[in-house]
Design a protein around this ligand. Structure first.
Ligand code: F6P
Length: 348
């Protein structure tokens, strides 16, 4: 059997561990694994790379992805690129393809399976944790760890200078990273896209903390959070070349507004790509390894159109379309459970 593998979308700690889980199980069964570089671009342009001789065991610990990645997708220009992908698969005589990616990568995988019966299996990754049909995606908890530790550390400098520090977290339109790390680090306010907020209320709450004796305050703000001022949303709604909303810059806007409105000196810290950088935490290594191994099992059983997923601690398989049908954002149940941490609670 010959199997192709690629990693698409933004990198996430654990990608190499997923390749390790897949590779070790397939190679043990005598399967030849072929890598494709740079996400779907590798299939469109036939950027094949031999994985013979890869030390899968050592690969496990490394961040990033051995295969490179991109946000490209054959459905950006389907008439030109879908036949190219199918031709690459035929040229390499692949029996199956394993797509390791998030919403965009797996969305294209689902369409290629549904529309062209391309034998494909998915593995979910994204630090954003916004894929449905799986409790978590690998990379998410590594990102949460980075932000939590950063907030822990920022508190000392915030207190030394009696400042507000607004910490901007990734996640696009999902507030998972911000919510988990904000709660874990005891942030004074947590702003997520799922719960719109007013700048007036945020400032009033910060003012209350200050009057009650707080030396500093940390505001954990998701890059996609929606904070309104005089009925207008402060965050940008511009789209990038892949049709995704351009996020980022909200911490700076918020810090300036807070300082202007209540005169509490404020600074912005953008966590940025540190959230995706470096080695995965142990949980993500093992989690990704299990998902990769599950994908290998699906391939060996010739069960295509499925994705490996985590549900209640068990690694199971789910139809690809279930994973990409809907973006998984913070639920009302989650927000209500941690209600007191999400300030200001909006009445919008
Ligand atoms: O989807 C993962 C993610 O890290 C988002 O959280 C973030 O908005 C985006 O990718 C950043 O993308 P890029 O690496 O292209 O700047």
């Amino acid at each position: 059997m010959r199997v192709g593998v690629f990693t698409g979308g933004g990198d996430a700690p654990g990608l190499n561990a997923a390749i390790c889980g897949l590779g070790r199980r397939l190679v043990a069964q005598g399967v030849q694994l072929v890598g494709f570089r740079d996400g779907w671009r590798g299939l469109i342009e036939d950027r094949a790379e031999s994985l013979d001789g890869v030390n899968y065991q050592h690969l496990l610990v490394h961040g990033g992805t051995l295969l490179g990645s991109s946000g490209d997708n054959p459905y950006r220009d389907p008439e030109r690129d879908v036949p190219r992908v199918l031709a690459t698969v035929a040229r390499h005589r692949l029996d199956a393809l394993v797509a390791i990616g998030g919403e965009g990568t797996l969305g294209a995988a689902d369409r290629l399976w549904t529309e062209h019966r391309l034998p494909i299996v998915g593995v979910p990754k994204t630090i954003d944790n916004d894929l449905s049909a799986t409790d978590f995606t690998f990379g998410f908890f590594s990102a949460v760890e980075v932000v939590t530790r950063a907030i822990d550390d920022l508190r000392s400098t915030a207190e030394s200078h009696s400042r507000v520090i607004v910490v901007e977290c990734m996640g696009r339109h999902a507030g998972w990273i911000t919510a988990y790390s904000g709660v874990a680090a005891g942030a004074e306010a947590i702003l997520v896209p799922e719960r719109p907020a007013h700048i007036e209320e945020l400032c009033q709450n910060l003012e209350k903390f200050r009057k009650a004796g707080a030396r500093a305050a940390i505001v954990a703000a998701a890059e996609g959070c929606r904070v309104f001022e005089n009925g207008e949303c402060l965050s940008s709604m511009e789209k990038d070349e892949f049709g995704q909303y351009k996020t980022g810059g909200v911490a700076d806007l918020l810090a300036r507004r807070i300082q202007k409105r209540i005169g509490w000196e404020s600074r912005a810290v953008v966590m940025g790509h540190l959230q995706r950088a470096g080695r995965p935490i142990a949980f993500d290594r093992i989690f990704a390894l299990r998902l990769g191994a599950k994908a290998a099992r699906l391939v060996l059983e010739r069960r295509y159109g499925f994705m490996a997923a985590l549900r209640a601690g068990e690694v199971i398989d789910v139809p690809l379309h279930e994973a990409v049908a809907e973006r998984k954002t913070l639920t009302d149940q989650f927000l209500d459970r941690y209600e007191t941490f999400f300030l200001p609670i909006s009445s919008m």
